[in-house]
Design a protein around this ligand. Structure first.
Ligand code: PMT
Length: 401
């Protein structure tokens, strides 16, 4: 069953340029099974017509508090009671301010006062307006009152400015909506996840690295967030976006990842080492670009710290999960790492098989503990991550009891 099946969502649209994206948002939420009612402010109608949203949502659009016809049918109180979730996207600085002070001077702000449903705001405004002290104070107030704040994203804005203030993309808002309704079984836990490759510099322009794309680690971060955990992602250089809502710590080298991991690990409940960390680094990094003067060259390499093993040796170690990327003798090697690195669990993947492992959208894992093993068959990394996170939690809870 789709996670938004039969979920009743009111989409409130206020008057920002990002309103042009809302028909697509309605369509994608409906694809996931949601029933959508649209409420528009007067400003929103300057950017997109109610007729468009009525056609796409399949329901009449509400835009006036004083509409006698609308109040005969699904009036504002009924709408407020009907909703499982109210999403305001785009949420302008103006609508955020009006909600924060409890105004009820149009249908949308009145709904916010009249509902007991959770409310999510997807801010969208010029970066200067987003950073304005008044906006920040309003957002903080609403956050403290339990409003979900989804975004904003960063990038080029309609006005030409660059910075924070873009409404999140439609796919991100749909993901956040379905995550919102997911079972929050990791509430209260803090997961730290390493992901991606590391880069070991040779000189200012060259480095040693590997084919990790970060997809597996990022999928685990998303699955843990969706299940309600606080998530810190320590990531090597990748080209994918971190899931909205996690704390991202970007690093380059194994030694930087080691430093960050040891700093944050004492605060977490669960540590997942999914990064493909370089085992060695160059002993003497050249300060200038190395010239091709010789036919051959030798690089002296020295061993990097073993990040996951060092975290597992902390006095108050978190629940520890490592990965094993193997091409042969998978069970033996994985179990060897489980013991040697002092881990609670290890997820082994066969990286010799095509269509899974490094830089693929799919993977297959076998999760080993000291006493048992569980297979997670080939699937998309998002699905693998959800199964893995749930299994890790079962082992974690068993260890606590
Ligand atoms: O990023 P993707 O393209 O999605 O690919 C996913 C993946 C194949 C990278 C992932 O599933 C995976 O297997 N990650 C671990 C890769 C790896 O380095 O495996 P390993 O067997 O060499 O290391 C064993 C464990 O020790 C791992 O948890 C690793 O993070 C950790 N390690 C290794 C060396 C080191 N110096 N520090 C570490 O913490």
């Amino acid at each position: 069953m789709q996670i938004l099946q039969d979920k009743k969502i009111v989409l409130g649209i206020s008057g920002g340029i990002a309103a042009y994206k809302t028909p697509e948002l309605v369509r994608r939420l409906k694809d996931q099974g949601a029933d959508i009612r649209v409420v528009m402010t007067e400003g929103a109608k300057a950017f997109i017509t109610p007729l468009t949203l009525q056609a796409i949502s399949g329901n009449a659009v509400a835009d006036s508090l004083l509409d006698t016809q609308a109040e005969l049918a699904m009036g504002h109180i009924e709408l407020a009671k009907w909703a499982d979730l109210i999403i305001i996207a785009p949420a302008t600085a103006d609508v955020i301010a009006r909600i924060a002070v409890g105004m009820a001077n149009d249908l949308l702000t009145t709904l916010c006062l009249a509902t007991s449903a959770p409310i999510a705001l997807a801010p969208a405004m010029n970066q200067q307006m987003w950073h304005a002290l008044a906006t920040q104070a309003n957002v903080k107030t609403l956050n403290e009152r339990g409003y979900q704040i989804w975004g904003p994203g960063s990038g080029e804005q309609a006005c030409g400015d660059i910075g924070l203030g873009r409404m999140l993309e439609v796919n991100e808002l749909v993901t956040l909506s379905s995550d919102f309704f997911a079972d929050k079984y990791l509430q209260g836990q803090h997961w730290v996840i390493t992901a991606g490759p590391t880069r070991e510099a040779i000189d200012p322009v060259r480095y040693i690295s590997n084919h990790s794309s970060g997809k597996m680690g990022y999928a685990i971060a998303h699955a843990a967030l969706r299940a309600g955990a606080k998530v810190t992602l320590i990531s090597g250089p990748v080209t994918i976006n971190a899931p909205v809502g996690c704390q991202l710590i970007s690093v380059n080298s194994a030694e930087e990842m080691h430093q960050q991991a040891l700093k944050i690990a004492p605060e977490c409940t669960t540590f997942v080492a999914c990064a493909a960390v370089a085992d060695y680094r160059v002993a003497n990094i050249a300060t200038q670009k190395i010239k091709k003067t010789n036919d051959a060259m030798k690089l002296e390499l020295v061993k990097n710290h073993d990040i996951v093993a060092d975290v597992a040796n902390l006095h108050d170690k978190p629940f520890m999960i490592g990965f094993a990327a193997e091409t042969q003798n998978i069970e033996d090697y994985a179990r060897g790492k489980l013991m040697r690195k002092n881990l609670d669990l290890i997820a082994a993947n066969d990286v010799a098989k095509s269509g899974q492992g490094f830089n693929s959208d799919n993977n297959a894992l076998v999760l080993y503990s000291a006493i048992d093993k569980t297979e997670i068959p080939l699937a998309n990394k998002q699905i693998i991550a959800q199964k893995l996170v749930s299994l890790i939690n079962q082992h974690y809870l068993a260890k606590q009891s």
